[in-house]
Design a protein around this ligand. Structure first.
Ligand code: 6CS
Ligand code: FE
Length: 322
């Protein structure tokens, strides 16, 4: 008997088209009064629910981001790392396009995943403890960095990694300024309310190509037009240190960097500990651990950045919602 799939995608050419349908899962997973247990107020929560993302201009100050950008440039000098599968090269220029599992390579990045403000918001949205499903840097060098086609991350994580439900959120932190010229992320507000089944069966080792140029998991133009005509397209822009939180099913894309200025964005994908991976829904084999965490799914704890509070006997923040 074939397995029931609530979010069918990667359809065969001979399959009938399945129209976009309303997502089956809540957008905010905290229940009842736990909705307000966290840093986000009702205005922010309602906006996230409506649009599928939240933009915080200047969330960290720019100076705080500089060491991360420097660390990324140092990594580019590490030939062993550069030769590994977890570094993806730009299809056009051969420069770094993505580095995966940043939080495992660097303690500095690891601490950032456990920032109390970010973790507080993410737990509030997902209504549970969370772990890192994937972390990466997407880097677009000046004049060179290629774009990303329209997609929902959840579509890939469900089809290729077996993520059961829409209960994950990406935190994208700008390591450089994002402006209209250097290929900022574009999102379709409200698109997260629909799941769009996509055509094209997943070939073996698809990730080796898809992370360079994505061809599968891209909604057809009718679906994209329908959603963009309803919600428009937004491209949040701002200085290094700005933060974007976006729901795992929000459609997004980005253009090539046509400016001399690099665009580097850090992504931490948080998944609920109640939504750990199963076997892929639409792929023969699992993707590597650096793309899709299966081993270390223990809940993240906030890093202790405030030792003076600890010495006063103030308890570290713990998740209390459900
Ligand atoms: O395949 C993935 O998991 C990824 N690919 C894209 C284009 N976005 C999200 C994710 O990192
Ligand atoms: Fe994506």
């Amino acid at each position: 008997m074939s397995r029931y799939d609530p979010f069918p995608s990667r359809l065969k050419e001979s399959d009938e088209r399945i129209n976009p349908f309303v997502r089956l899962d809540p957008v905010i997973h905290s229940r009842n009064e736990f909705r307000w247990h966290g840093p986000l107020d009702e205005v922010a929560l309602s906006r996230y629910e409506r649009d599928g993302f939240l933009w915080f201009e200047g969330f960290f100050n720019q100076e705080r981001m500089a060491p991360f950008f420097t660390e990324l440039r140092e990594m580019a000098q590490d030939s062993e790392l550069m030769a590994s599968d977890q570094v993806i090269q730009d299809p056009a220029s051969g420069d770094i396009r993505s580095v995966f599992a940043m939080h495992q390579i660097s303690e500095h990045f690891n601490r950032l995943t456990r920032d109390p403000r970010i973790l507080g918001m993410v737990r509030q949205l997902l209504g549970s403890e969370v772990y890192i499903h994937q972390s990466r840097i997407n880097d677009k060098f000046g004049f060179e960095g290629s774009g990303f086609n329209w997609h929902s991350d959840f579509e890939t994580w469900h089809s290729e990694d077996g993520m059961p439900r829409m209960r994950a959120v990406s935190a994208s932190l700008m390591l450089t300024d994002n402006n209209e010229f250097n290929g900022p992320l574009m999102l379709i507000p409200g698109s997260h309310h629909y799941f769009v089944p996509c055509f094209g069966e997943t070939p073996d080792l698809h990730w080796k190509d898809s992370l360079k140029t994505q061809r599968l998991g891209v909604p057809d133009q009718d679906a994209l037009a329908m959603l963009a005509n309803r919600g428009g397209i937004e491209a949040p822009k701002g200085p290094a240190g700005s933060l974007l939180l976006f729901e795992c099913n929000t459609l997004h894309a980005s253009n090539k960097n046509m400016s001399p200025w690099p665009r580097s964005n850090l992504f931490f994908v948080y998944n609920s500990i109640d939504n750990t991976l199963e076997s892929p829904y639409a792929a023969e084999s699992q993707r590597p651990e650096f793309l899709a965490t299966r081993e270390n799914t223990s809940p993240l704890t906030m890093h202790d950045d405030f030792p003076e509070l600890a010495s006063q006997g103030v308890e570290p923040l713990r998740f209390r919602g459900s």
